[in-house]
Design a protein around this ligand. Structure first.
Ligand SMILES: NC(=O)c1ccc[n+]([C@@H]2O[C@H](COP(=O)([O-])OP(=O)(O)OC[C@H]3O[C@@H](n4cnc5c(N)ncnc54)[C@H](OP(=O)(O)O)[C@@H]3O)[C@@H](O)[C@H]2O)c1
Length: 253
């Protein structure tokens, strides 16, 4: 057994039907955890559930729209009652579907991005916080973005939401440390998923993005899951309030 082992642990992963969330859920199971899978697409979630069961781990589907606070409470309750308790909570569901200069953004568009990327994290943390504090252990991983660290013109809405996630992470880390509950952010750079399909579809956009990455390529979703296992496991037992950047060097240049 290594410090990265998750045998006997339970995890809730939001946005686990595709992309980074799916890769993290499967990686947790490979390291021994049982997993509650959130998303809205129940057919895709059933596929991930079957993949995890094939690894000999338990997987339950807790479908919910994370922008609906009541649904989030039901999702957390469902995950706890199905798995017995929660050790690892990953706020991964998120994304952005439009690029627009700050002054061109409609208030509804701004609110939608805040709801998906920030309010969802707030609601999950509100719903699961008492459970983790009562158990006096847990690892919360909030998936942010390099867009929350440096300027990304035309995506101020998304970057602002992700920067707020980084701030919330640091505050909760300080507030919950007394109970042994760790709270960290995982900060991906450019990852090849459905979310970034638009960029791979247009050679000039892809070239502009990837030429700025020292490693000169996209990350795979699986390359984000190793750092997630580190933050979930005892390998990071003294790490809290950290922003773990996984970006192929993008933000050091
Ligand atoms: N890809 C990148 O380059 C990149 C870079 C930095 C940060 N990130 C962040 O990483 C996270 C995952 O991104 P990804 O690239 O894996 O995106 P993705 O491939 O588009 O997957 C997004 C996941 O979130 C779920 N989701 C979206 N809206 C939801 C809602 N309202 N309620 C519940 N689930 C919802 C989707 O499931 P359903 O469709 O089943 O609802 C899906 O499982 C996001 O927070 C994103 O901002 C991504």
């Amino acid at each position: 057994m290594t410090a990265f082992d998750l045998t006997g642990r339970t995890a809730l992963v939001t946005g686990a039907s595709r992309g980074i969330g799916r890769a993290m859920a499967v990686a947790f199971a490979r390291h021994g955890a049982d997993v509650a899978l959130n998303g809205r697409d129940t057919a895709l979630l059933a596929e991930v559930q079957a993949e995890i069961e094939g690894l000999g781990r338990k997987a339950v589907v807790v479908a919910a729209d994370v922008t609906d606070a009541e649904a989030v409470r039901g999702m957390v309750d469902g995950a706890i009652s199905s798995l017995g308790h929660l050790d690892i909570v990953v706020n991964n569901a998120g994304g952005n579907s439009f690029s627009v200069p700050f002054l061109g953004a409609r208030p509804q568009g701004w609110d939608k991005v805040m709801k998906l990327n920030l309010d969802s994290v707030v609601e999950v943390c509100r719903a699961v916080g008492p459970h983790l504090l009562e158990r006096k252990s847990g690892s919360v991983i909030n998936v942010a973005s390099v867009a929350g660290l440096s300027a990304v013109p035309m995506m101020g809405h998304y970057g602002t939401a992700k920067a707020a996630v980084l701030a919330l992470t640091r505050t909760l880390a300080a507030e919950w440390a007394w109970a042994g509950v760790r709270v960290n952010s995982l900060v991906p750079g450019w990852v090849a998923t459905d979310l970034t399909e638009f960029a791979r579809a247009e050679e000039s956009i892809e070239k502009a993005l990837i030429s700025r990455v020292p490693m000169q390529r996209w990350a795979t979703a699986e390359e984000i899951s190793g750092p997630a296992v580190f933050l979930a496991s005892d390998a990071s037992s003294f790490v809290t309030g950290h922003s773990l950047i996984v970006d192929g060097g993008l933000t050091v240049t």
